[in-house]
Design a binder for this molecule. Structure first.
Ligand SMILES: Nc1nc2c(c(=O)[nH]1)N[C@H]1C(S)=C(S)[C@@H](COP(=O)(O)OP(=O)(O)OC[C@H]3O[C@@H](n4cnc5c(=O)[nH]c(N)nc54)[C@H](O)[C@@H]3O)O[C@H]1N2
Ligand SMILES: Nc1nc2c(c(=O)[nH]1)N[C@H]1C(S)=C(S)[C@@H](COP(=O)(O)OP(=O)(O)OC[C@H]3O[C@@H](n4cnc5c(=O)[nH]c(N)nc54)[C@H](O)[C@@H]3O)O[C@H]1N2
Ligand SMILES: [Mo]
Length: 898
């Protein structure tokens, strides 16, 4: 169609609103109430334009362009009307802009300047409404609110928290919370998405200290990737001097301008005074500051000594899912060429090792099959063992949105997580019974002939044998094993099988079991049975945990794999890699994290290099880990903080955080995204890739790269799935692997037309009980995990005041019935013991958990859950059973409360 705007002719082929199109062609129409992600609400009327033949001006945000339309966006009449609107708004707005935190970024201020409004000409009515400071991270000043409604809409329609709405109090309308509880105590999860979207100074991050204060014209913006979970949200760091002072979400893939509380508000760890700024060396039992040269000298001495005494088997390294792809690549290369062993592993072992093994077995690729954006097209979800809204909050939000639009939701989790409130069917299974419940669903689907036989015949193998196994899992049996209602199970099976596009999402509730790999294969069975692999908006979607755990696996920080899952024990593969790196490479499979700890305990492994992991808090059976760390001849830790693990080290090296270096992270949907250096390293800290280069050269394998871009070129040269990745391309786009050559567009979803392994493999899987079951002495099932406001071992989130105020102490969730049996009150300090040890923690009495089951987050040094957990392993993936152990609880006499 043809349109004429300000006397110029334009052609367009897709229908658009006047506002959208004008933005595209560079005509600036002011608007205060339009957020690109939301439907127009026309509240501010500032975007009015004149259209020939229309009696009155119309709002450009809501009017679609029509063929032949003649539009004037800045006519005299329109300018005058806009001035009147702005004048009225400004008359009702405090006009002490200089003292406003938003000054320089306030749209009202900017438009008033542009339209020549320097003071309101209407009589100003001083409202003086109280400011709501009750939220830990942001404040709301109703006096500055222009009632554009963006915050309410973002909260209700994008974030889907429904925490705020307009409140009408006679003359004043303001943004309020149900029952006037205040933003600190309502359902607000402090994602700050309303704060990021507020066009004026009404919603603002709190600036408690002098160093938090800044003016927007003083700051630089650097785009990067959030360094918390695997969603990989795109953010701008706002930098003043050498300090990160604020984080802004970016409206792009994968987060569409959304963040969670950690991404938005938990950035102060970067410039925290506790950051390691110098190397530390243990002298007379104490860690003291030293120069880099001294630290390197000690490392070289110890390396030579232990290599001579023990050879390569005496060495091992933990790589880091918090570090970049380039750093993980260098780390595993270093272990293989300098330590001359495959003893390299990282936290994926405690996390998705079972996914990598299970899906490689059934499909030929161990990664999330589909993309976050495809949630929009899914018709039915199975959410099993992922507390998505707390641990992958932006994905959780997208699922909630899709469910509100009508998609079906089945939640399978022993705890009544937030998504259970949105579920059509919620199955509150006993921990450790995933395989039974999945087999139960498949039994019903087969019995009722709801499976996709054409798909199975065409794309899968192993069906008949699998079918026989599932026959045993009648609804009655499964209901008994899982402690659920059999009718709910039947309903769930029918609902899911009948949906057109069914997507299954899972995470630690599936993987962290002695039967973890089998649990993963079961999810694969279900998705193939219903024909839900290899199409858009379907799939098997393991939500990867750490910011770069997908990348750390892809880079070969694994004891059996080089980059791109090329096996160390296949001779031609090893020879090829050896030629590429110009070294003979070890052929023996390496030890996993847990096996390295055992080896250290036996006095075999003597030199351990830990980059960016904190096993003292994160590995199961803490007492065992502590002994192992103590037994080592030499522990080298490289971290941004003096972690609980670093406290045992002989040498500690200060690393630069994600804000201080260049690199790439690969998110849960296989998307490779840049991180960009925003500030200089703190103190004498160095980027991990630089340290690795230096140590490698020091110990005899010379490495030199000008920058991480050169490392990525090398990765692309030896990793087929990353073959097309380069910093040049990543400048303008993010790419999902497989991306095999420079022209390859990347892969949105896997297994299109055919599975990566050829035919998808059905595996007959039987349910097995967890290894430690409740008995008389330890009568309760302990399951462990995480919560929204803390991240892992809290080296980072523990430095954020607001987070510690909300969730600063170890706790244990117990049901009201259990509380009654033990005569325990909410908030009371209790003792929890397992066969491995005891901790003290605070009771949180909640209906969200069944009697007989208790839950502890593993974040806390006070009351560390991992003193209790069972280190027993899945035989295939060697992942520990972190989700099921048996414990007893006891009242502590004269106990304290929180
Ligand atoms: N806020 C926050 N976000 C995080 C992290 C964090 O520390 N804090 N860590 C990141 C990392 S590395 C990871 S791996 C992810 C993990 O993300 P999630 O897997 O969501 O985290 P968890 O809390 O360990 O466990 C998920 C759910 O499994 C349930 N569950 C326990 N046992 C069973 C069972 O036998 N069967 C089933 N079906 N469910 C069970 C628990 O009740 C819990 O709701 O989160 C990432 N995101
Ligand atoms: N009981 C129980 N235990 C669990 C789990 C559970 O569900 N229950 N979950 C397991 C899972 S899924 C995971 S992923 C693990 C996580 O276990 P860990 O990986 O040990 O936990 P983090 O706290 O993430 O540790 C990362 C370390 O890296 C440091 N760091 C951050 N950025 C950088 C950087 O750029 N460079 C360097 N050198 N260091 C950096 C941090 O300060 C921190 O010390 O915990 C596991 N443990
Ligand atoms: Mo994880």
């Amino acid at each position: 169609m043809k349109v004429i705007i300000n006397d110029f002719e334009y052609n367009l082929d897709t229908p658009k609103t006047i506002l959208e199109f004008c933005k595209e062609i560079g005509i600036k129409i002011p608007t205060l109430c339009k957020d690109e992600r939301l439907l127009p609400n026309g509240a501010c009327r500032l975007c009015i334009v004149e259209i020939e033949g229309y009696k009155t001006p119309v709002t450009a945000c809501s009017q679609k362009l029509k063929d032949g339309m003649k539009i004037y966006t800045h006519s005299e009449k329109i300018m005058k009307m806009r001035r009147e609107i702005l004048d009225l708004l400004f008359s009702n707005h405090p006009n002490d802009c200089l003292s406003c935190d938003k000054s320089g970024k306030c749209k009202l201020q900017n438009y008033c300047y542009e339209y020549g409004i320097s003071e309101g000409s209407f009589k100003r009515e001083i409202k003086d409404l109280p400011i709501d400071f009750s939220n830990k991270f942001y404040s709301y000043d109703p006096n500055k609110c222009i009632k554009c409604g963006i915050c309410v809409s973002v909260c209700n329609n994008l974030q889907n928290s429904n925490a705020i709405s307009f409140v009408d109090r006679g003359f004043d309308t303001y943004i309020g919370t149900p029952m006037d509880k205040g933003l600190g105590s309502c359902d607000c999860v402090s994602c700050g998405n309303c704060v990021s979207a507020c066009p004026v100074g009404a919603l603002n991050p709190k600036k408690k200290y002098e160093e938090d204060k800044f003016r927007y014209w003083e700051v630089r913006k650097v785009q990067t990737t959030c360094s918390y979970c695997g969603v990989g949200c795109q953010i701008n760091l706002l930098i003043k001097g050498n300090r990160v002072v604020e984080v802004e979400p970016i409206n792009t893939i994968p987060n569409d301008g959304l963040l969670c509380v950690k991404g938005k508000f938990a950035h102060k760890f970067v410039n925290h005074p506790d950051r390691l700024t110098k190397p530390l060396i243990r002298k007379n039992g104490k860690l003291v500051e030293a120069s880099w040269q001294e630290a390197y000298r000690v490392i070289k001495e110890k390396y030579d000594e232990i290599m001579e005494k023990k050879g390569p088997d005496g060495f091992g390294g933990f790589s880091s899912a918090r570090c970049t792809n380039e750093e993980n690549y260098l780390f595993q290369k270093f272990v293989r060429t300098v330590f001359k062993t495959n003893n390299v592993d990282h936290c994926a072992r405690l996390c998705h090792a079972s996914t990598v093994a299970g899906l490689a077995n059934t499909l030929g690729s161990g990664a999330m099959t589909n993309s976050i954006a495809e949630i929009e097209g899914t018709d039915a979800f199975i959410i099993i063992g992922t507390n998505t809204t707390e641990n992958h909050p932006v994905i959780g939000t997208k699922i909630k949105k899709r469910v509100k639009e009508g998609a079906k939701l089945i939640v399978i989790d022993p705890r009544e997580i937030e998504l259970a409130d949105y579920a059509d069917i919620y199955l509150q299974i006993k921990p450790g019974t995933n395989i039974a419940v999945l087999n139960g669903l498949m039994h019903i689907i087969l019995k009722e002939n709801l499976h996709d036989m054409d798909y199975i015949n065409e794309r899968c193998e192993g069906f008949e044998e699998f079918r026989k196994t599932v026959e045993k899992y009648t609804p009655d049996l499964v209901a008994k094993i899982c402690h659920i209602n059999k009718d709910d199970l039947i309903k769930a099976a029918r609902m899911y099988a009948k949906a057109n596009k069914g997507a299954l999402y899972y995470s630690m509730g599936i993987t962290q079991h002695s039967s973890g790999t089998n649990g993963v294969r079961s999810t694969s069975n279900l998705q193939m049975l219903t024909g839900n692999v290899g199409f858009e908006s379907t799939g098997i979607n393991p939500l990867r945990g750490q910011n770069n755990v997908q990348g750390a696996c892809d880079m070969g920080a694994l004891p059996t794999d080089y980059t791109g899952y090329q096996k160390v024990f296949i001779d031609p593969v090893r020879e090829r890699m050896g030629q590429f790196w110009k070294r003979d490479l070890p052929d023996k499979k390496g030890l996993t994290i847990t096996e390295m700890m055992d080896s250290a305990n036996r006095g075999e492994l003597s030199f351990l290099y830990i980059m960016g992991e904190n096993p003292m808090i994160s590995d199961p059976d803490q007492n065992h880990i502590k002994e192992a760390l103590k037994k080592l001849d030499f522990l080298l830790v490289q971290d941004i903080f003096l972690s609980e693990t670093a406290e045992f080290a002989d040498v500690v090296l200060p690393a630069a955080s994600f804000a201080e270096k260049d690199g790439t992270f690969t998110n849960t949907e296989r998307r490779i995204q840049r991180i960009n250096k925003a500030i200089d390293p703190i103190g004498e800290a160095k980027a991990d890739w630089q340290i690795l280069m230096e140590i490698s050269t020091l110990l005899g394998y010379e490495e030199y790269y000008e920058n991480p871009s050169e490392i990525m070129d090398e990765i692309a040269g030896c990793t087929p799935s990353y073959g097309g990745i380069s910093y040049k391309r990543l400048k303008n786009e993010s790419l999902q692997w497989p991306c095999t050559n420079k022209d390859h567009p990347g892969t949105k979803y896997l297994h299109k037309n055919t599975m990566a392994r050829g035919k998808g493999l059905f595996v007959p899987i039987d349910y097995e009980e967890s290894k430690e079951l409740p008995d008389e002495k330890y009568p309760l099932i302990l399951t462990t995990g995480r919560m929204l406001y803390q991240y892992h071992t809290r080296t980072m989130t523990g430095k954020i005041e607001g987070l510690s105020e909300i969730a600063g102490k170890s706790y244990i969730e117990i049901s009201p019935q259990t509380a009654k049996i033990y005569n325990i009150k909410n908030g009371e300090k209790i003792k929890v013991s397992s066969r491995r040890g005891s901790v003290e923690s605070y009771a949180k009495v909640t209906e969200k958990i069944n009697p007989g089951v208790v839950f502890m987050p593993f974040h806390y040094v006070d009351g560390p859950a991992n003193r209790l957990t069972n280190p027993t392993l899945d035989p295939i993936a060697k992942i520990p059973e972190l989700k099921v152990a048996s414990v007893m609880i006891e009242k502590i006499e004269r106990s304290s409360y929180v």
